[in-house]
Design a protein around this ligand. Structure first.
Ligand SMILES: Cc1ncc(COP(=O)(O)O)c(C=O)c1O
Length: 284
């Protein structure tokens, strides 16, 4: 059965969805997006995703198609129409269609599209077994704090990881890890301190990251927001990553070096549990 998707005011079967070839999202990657997880049929941390969507549009001087509260209501309707119990809802806003020109058009109507993806995100092989990562140079642009659809660089890095038999790549700039291709990166030092890169324009300000760091502090875990190297990560007691649809996922190998006993570590396992339980309590 085909999905129902949302395009510019209409809920339609995916085969009927149409966007102009002049859309600036297609021609210039002039678009922003969010991915909100769905657990038990409910949206997880959507207020945070909507706040970041609003900020991404503002940073790019992109007129919003409608208030984000309306977008949130449409997302819920889409999840209900597709009867999704577990998976995610993807939302994309672009500057809209206009004759091709590098300068922003003055009167384009923003494009708003949404679709759902059904898939297991709570009980996954990655969460049970952990993932293997490789390191790659970070070739992305300088405003990684804006969640744009220009994802070719991380896509190439993910392919590099796949070719090496790994699940993902941790990107490195000036000798320090920035983040994963689609997630924030963490290590846990031998004295139990959780270390993750500080917020700046060099990384995406993960919605999951913010909650996980708050929950870790509430659980009396020590947190340091600072850069770390691949060598420090390989020496760490454990490592993990966070992302909306991965929650907290353990990392068990970095550039072929096994961390600890090669099994998901206790800090990552505990944070995943606390995160999912808390997120479900506040899901809507
Ligand atoms: C580059 C990058 N970093 C971090 C994240 C994690 O952010 P969030 O927890 O909001 O999903 C993502 C998610 O897509 C990402 O693409």
């Amino acid at each position: 059965m085909s999905r129902i998707v949302y395009v510019n005011g209409d809920f339609v079967p995916e085969e009927a969805a149409k966007v102009s070839i002049f859309d600036r999202g297609f021609l210039f990657a002039d678009g922003v997006y969010e991915v909100t997880p769905i657990l038990h049929g409910k949206l997880i941390e959507n207020a945070g995703h909507m706040a970041r969507l609003e900020r991404s549009m503002r940073e790019l001087q992109m007129p919003p198609p409608c208030p984000v509260e309306e977008i949130a209501a449409l997302m819920k309707e889409l999840v209900a129409r597709n009867d999704v119990y577990e998976g995610m809802v993807y939302v994309q806003v672009t500057r809209g269609a206009a004759d091709r020109d590098f300068a922003f058009p003055e009167d384009a109507t923003p494009t708003l599209v949404m679709f759902t993806q059904e898939r297991k995100i709570e009980d996954t092989d990655s969460s049970r077994l952990g993932i293997r990562v490789i390191s790659t140079p970070d070739w992305r642009w300088a405003r990684r704090d804006i969640k744009t659809v220009q994802l070719l660089a991380p896509s190439l890095m993910k392919m590099r990881a796949k070719a090496a038999g790994a699940h993902d790549a941790w990107m490195v700039q000036d000798g320090f890890v920035t983040e994963g291709t689609s997630n924030n990166a963490y290590i846990v030092t031998k004295d139990g301190t959780i270390v993750t890169r500080h917020l700046s324009t060099e990384i995406l300000h993960g919605i999951t990251r913010a909650s996980v760091l708050r929950l870790a502090a509430e659980a009396q875990m020590k947190v340091e927001e600072r850069p770390f190297t691949i060598a420090e990560a390989q020496e760490a007691a454990e490592a993990f990553m966070t992302a909306a649809s991965a929650f907290v996922t353990p990392v068990v190998e970095i550039d072929g070096v096994t961390l600890g006993d090669g099994k998901p570590g206790p800090v990552a396992r505990r944070l995943r549990e606390i995160y999912i339980a808390t997120a479900l309590e506040h899901a809507d």
